[in-house]
Design a protein around this ligand. Sequence first.
Ligand code: ATP
Length: 274
Amino acid sequence: MTEAATAPHDHGPVQARPTAVAVRGVSKTFGNGASAVTALDDVSFDVPQGSFLSVLGPSGCGKSTLMRLVAGLQPASTGTIEVAGGTPDEMRRAREFGIVFQQPVLFDWRTVEQNVGLPLQIMGRPKGEARERVEHMLELVGLSDFRKHRPWQLSGGMQQRVSIARALTFAPPFLLMDEPFGALDMMTRERMQTELLSIWASNPGTTVIFITHSISEAVLLSDRIVVMSARPGRVLKVIDVDLPRPRTDETRDSKEFVDVEAEIRQLIFSQEGR
Ligand SMILES: Nc1ncnc2c1ncn2[C@@H]1O[C@H](COP(=O)(O)OP(=O)(O)OP(=O)(O)O)[C@@H](O)[C@H]1O
């Protein structure tokens, strides 16, 4: 669990893969009249199938809003979003999305294994099959020994691992993550990043959309980064990250990694007039 798995998502360059999510000219305004807030303005990008895409931007630029639109939890004001050939709402109903939020949303009265198994229970999956799947997911996130614990007995990082296991327990084609490591200390956060890559490598074909305001986090994890401006969120640039996989802690020290980080930092600062 501490190292990225050796079977990475290596399907060749992301540019050559089919599009799983197409965001086209999407804007989102909340309210109207004088109190209207434009959160997103004319946002377009493609998410290649089976890829890891990050949306990177400052606080309040509309990242969470964008994720809610893709997840079919809110409608766009203008523009379209196509997910696997359907609408976000259709895909939400078809349970195509596993979602992880910044704060783990766990039920304190349920054990770890009961939390992880909740989606399967709701979907009415046979108990034996569900038990096996939960066991597999707990092993994958390194929490097999904690299956009978309650969430409040776990650290923040462990709680987030429970959330990730639960989001993936029904093998959704899409994993949507909204700043899942934002509340963790730096060391735990870095460990969780490589663990996430390892978990992702064990779930081939899963397309990930990951929201973050950390440049280094986006570079380490992603095949593609959508760099957003401050509110109203516009796309500054879409950057493909060609660093080899598996990416590990050593990747952070490589020249290629530092170069991509510097490119993004420059892009953001030049927009801010620094
Ligand atoms: N339901 C809502 N009603 C009114 N305004 C909203 C609503 N949801 C979001 N906003 C506004 O839209 C803007 C973008 O918010 P959003 O949470 O998407 O940004 P964010 O980039 O995810 O921020 P953070 O990184 O701080 O979480 C903010 O100004 C916010 O106040």
